[in-house]
Design a protein around this ligand. Structure first.
Ligand code: NAD
Length: 502
């Protein structure tokens, strides 16, 4: 298999001194902690990044506050839109180099990273750029204090929520940084961005594009660092008005605790254990590859991953043998290798965690129906794995593995209540899908699945327009769409008494 080399541009980028971006200036982090960035396919340290200190974080928050109170707040929305459109164009122009950085630090196949840089990320930025000139408050037919209608004009203003501290995970670096940046800046907020310590590089290059696009100083600030100092520092910082977090449920709870000190606003996009439900009348030719992709995409390191397959008893054997055949096509390897569909998982620690889940599933009586091939030796590779005969109370059926491991349960045709009890029986409630040709059954189930979104004959069908987020312990609030923008505004009601009567 051909291993594509990294470009000169990317190799030169790695060798650079990676700095923080605060108040429009690049400056070295002041902490003693140095992040070694690993290529998970080769277990090589490819770059070093000096973390931010508490003083650096204070400086970033002050710069964001000054920008919020300064020229950024006076800039016409159309000008904010122009800057965002420019950022989207720059991402497209540099798509392949950005993709290489994603592959180096995250491991995802290059073709997949490239598709995100050319499609999803710039389109998301453009979607929110469009809102800047269209979003506003309402004039209300309100008459306070038993007055007369002619005397009163009541309206709402939508004002930016303020300085936003964004804390993001490593599983899809470009999508995560874009998803926090685009709506926040479209709303007129300013940002202090903390990428995951495992994937700081794409964020650095993205920040250079922010600078090149011409955003005023202090509007976007980049601080690198670990969760236990810079992450928790953001969550409790008195100068930050809102924390926008994507990551694990456990850390989400810690952020809520830290942010409760001054009751700052918090939005949370957390973990998932999403159901993929296949009814007997489903289009099997679509549902079989759909089930494999839903679980194995991004090596299973995807919050929406369809990691619980529920298949109707009468077609289960046929469906599972088809699924095993399709799963054999999921080539595991280096993301720079042609033909790779599944890259490595992010770290040795994550690989061991997944292996422990697999071992425990075997010991607790699940049947290992399939285990794919996977390179030996160097690289944090995990083979795609399918377990059948999984009981609803096994850990593999309840907890987020964050690896390419599928847990299969069967269901009987005539007991939807029992099926739904199992489907809704985890503490996660993020996503899910129903596969059937019977539209009544599809809608009946879709309405009763407890999650932020449900696909019908599609899984994880996200788009810039479609709200996305979790119920229960999968999160607070929604991203994407108009609701994703709402989260960066506060509403002010203004009631004007214009008449003589009150
Ligand atoms: P994580 O929670 O360990 O880390 C996420 C971020 O939080 C990192 O930047 C980390 O440095 C920071 N952090 C860690 N401890 C912190 C603390 N005490 N205070 C403040 N910040 C802290 O998650 P991860 O391992 O990077 O990502 C995987 C998780 O993210 C999975 O659970 C996955 O489901 C979830 N995720 C959810 C979505 C979604 O949209 N719902 C999307 C992607 C990933």
């Amino acid at each position: 298999m051909h291993l594509k080399p990294f470009s000169e541009v990317t190799l030169n980028f790695l060798a650079r001194d990676h700095k923080l971006f605060i108040g429009g200036k690049w400056r070295p982090g002041q902490s003693d902690r140095i992040i070694g960035v690993e290529n998970p396919a080769r277990e090589e340290i490819v770059a070093h990044v000096r973390a931010a200190s508490a003083d650096d974080l204070d400086a970033a928050v002050s710069a964001a506050r000054a920008a919020l109170d300064g020229p950024w707040s006076r800039m016409p929305p159309a000008e904010r839109a122009r800057l965002l459109f420019r950022l989207a164009d720059l991402m497209e122009r540099h798509a392949i180099k950005l993709a290489e950085l994603s592959t180096i630090e995250n491991g995802m196949p290059l073709w997949m990273a490239h598709a995100k840089m050319e499609g999803f990320c710039p389109e998301l930025i453009r979607y929110y750029a469009g809102w800047t000139t269209k979003y506003g408050g309402d004039t209300l037919p309100a008459v306070p204090i038993r007055g007369e209608a002619d005397d009163w004009t009541v309206f709402t203003l939508k004002q930016p929520v303020g300085v936003v501290g964004a804390i993001i995970p490593w599983n899809s670096p470009a999508a995560m940084i874009t998803l926090k940046t685009a709506p926040a800046l479209a709303a007129g907020c300013t940002l202090v961005m903390k990428p995951a310590e495992l994937t700081p590089l794409l964020a650095t290059r993205f920040t250079e594009l922010i600078e090149e696009a011409g955003f005023p100083s202090g509007v976007f600030n980049l601080v690198q660092g670990y969760g236990d100092d810079i992450g928790s520092g953001i969550a409790s910082h008195p100068g930050i008005d809102k924390v926008a977090f994507t990551g694990s449920t456990e850390v989400g709870k810690a952020i809520v605790r830290a942010a409760s000190n001054d009751l700052k606003k918090v939005s949370l996009e957390l973990g998932g254990k999403s159901p993929f439900i296949v009814c007997a009348d489903a289009d099997i030719d679509k549902a079989v590859p759909g089930a494999a992709a839903a679980c194995f995409f991004l090596s299973g390191q995807n919050c929406m991953a369809g990691t619980r397959l529920f298949v109707e008893e009468s077609i289960a054997d046929e469906f599972l043998s088809g699924l095993v055949e399709v799963s054999k096509n999921y080539v595991v390897g280096d993301g720079m290798q042609e033909g790779t569909l599944i890259g490595p998982v992010i770290s040795g620690k994550q690989r061991e965690r997944i292996r422990a889940f697999v071992l425990e599933a075997e010991e607790s009586g699940a049947t290992k129906l399939f285990e794919g091939d996977c390179p030996d030796g160097t690289g944090h590779f995990v083979a795609p794995t399918i377990f059948s005969d999984v009981a609803a109370d096994m850990r593999i059926a309840r907890e987020e593995v964050f690896g390419p491991v599928l847990a299969v349960q069967r269901f009987a045709q005539n007991d939807e209540a029992e099926l739904l009890a199992r489907v809704n029986g985890t503490h996660f409630a993020l996503s899910g899908s129903v596969w059937t040709r019977d539209i009544s059954r599809a809608l009946r189930l879709a309405k009763k699945i407890d999650s932020g979104q449900v696909g019908i004959n599609a899984h994880a069908a996200i788009s810039p327009e479609t709200p996305f987020g979790g119920n229960r312990q999968s999160g607070w609030g929604r991203e994407f769409g108009r609701e994703g923008l709402d989260a960066y505004f506060k509403t002010k009601a203004i009631s004007m008494n214009l008449g003589p009567h009150t």
